[in-house]
Design a protein around this ligand. Sequence first.
Ligand code: PEP
Ligand code: MN
Length: 290
Amino acid sequence: MKVRQVTINAQPQTGLRLVSRDSKPEGTIVEVEGIPIGGEEIVVMAGPCAVETLEQLTETARSVQAGGAVILRGGAFKLRTSPYSFQGLGNEGLKMLGKVKTNTGLPVVSEVMDTREVENVAKYADILQIGSRNMQNFPLLKEAGDCKIPVLLKRGMMATIEEYLYAAEYILSRGNPSVILCERGIRTFESSSRFTLDLNSIPILKQRTHLPVIVDPSHGTGQRWLVPSMAKAAVAAGADGLLIEVHYRPEEALCDGSQALYPEDFGLLMADLRKVAEAVGRSIYSPKQA
Ligand code: PEP
Ligand code: MN
């Protein structure tokens, strides 16, 4: 009897017309205010989980900038598991981000969670963040795809890499080529950390797509002490950037304080990251002197 050969684990990417490496062998560089994301240099974005007050945002932004971060993160709209948790300052938070951007010169990444808010968030943010819980919010992906500014798309905590790439395809298929992928940990049976940071996904994504891949070791671990190890591991594994939560007073944070680095620890981590980057033939991006 003739046995038909079956290829197990074949990964046809028939539907990934725009995001697959086959369609574009060279890596995409997403430029944000002159900062190239996806090139040889590794871009560090840092800041608080949520915008809380102008003082908190200003102080934290100044400290991460001093440490070497070149993009400020901060959520004005927060997707929280409990409806009773702090939901973010909304528009007030966006205005604070705008102010701190003007004062520090740091471009801003901030989350958008509602199709009706895309245009508004895009007025203040330089990168629109789509969170893990919205990775398959297809109307939101389409709206972000109609937008002209870069999108930082986080991996759904229960999404396969294939599903993740299809989510990115939605954005590209609407005409926005500037998508940055962000591994932020997935749900597994393991309960000793908040999520399991899937470091495998870095080389796998880099192989399958031309889009830049960054890593969020803060949500990927949920615990401050684990963040430096995973940040260094991510750079060693080929990440094009990092998204790190830092708070000027983590014990007072309204959101995710247990995973927020103290500013001093962020500075120390940056020094280590420079060495790891060099060991893998890369460097950490820093603003060029005019
Ligand atoms: C965040 O970056 O603040 C955030 C909520 O992340 P995630 O969507 O990955 O949970
Ligand atoms: Mn957070």
